[in-house]
Design a protein around this ligand. Sequence first.
Ligand code: TYC
Length: 109
Amino acid sequence: MSNSHVISPNTSPGIDLAEQVRPALERPPMFKVLLLNDDFTPMDFVVIVLEKFFQKDADEATRIMMAVHQSGVGLCGVYPFEIAETKALQVVEYARDHHHPLQTAIEKE
Ligand code: TYC
C-alpha cells in the first residue's frame, strides 16, 4: 500500500521549529483602496458607494466623501490584494453603470 497519503511534518533538521513555521503565519501584504475626486460624480452617489462596498455608516461615508472632495483622494479600506483589487474594480463598474466617472486606486501599505 502507498504511503503517499500520509502527511509528514515539513521540518528541516538543525533549524529551530518555530523559525520554520513562522513564514506560514505571516500576514499577507495589505493594500489601501483609494477613492479619487472628480468634478462630476454626485456626492450622494459617493456616499452610497462607501456604504455599499466598504460597510461605512452614513456619517463615516459622508466624512470620507468630503475628505476626497476637498483633498482629491481618500482612504476607503485596507485589504489583502485580491479583495482590494476586486472592490476597486467593482466600484468603477458600479459607477460606470450609473454613468459616473468615479475612479479608484490601490496602493500597497
Ligand atoms: N467632487 C464631486 C462633486 O463636487 C464629489 C465627489 C466626491 C466625487 C468624492 C468623487 O470620490 C469623489 N460632485
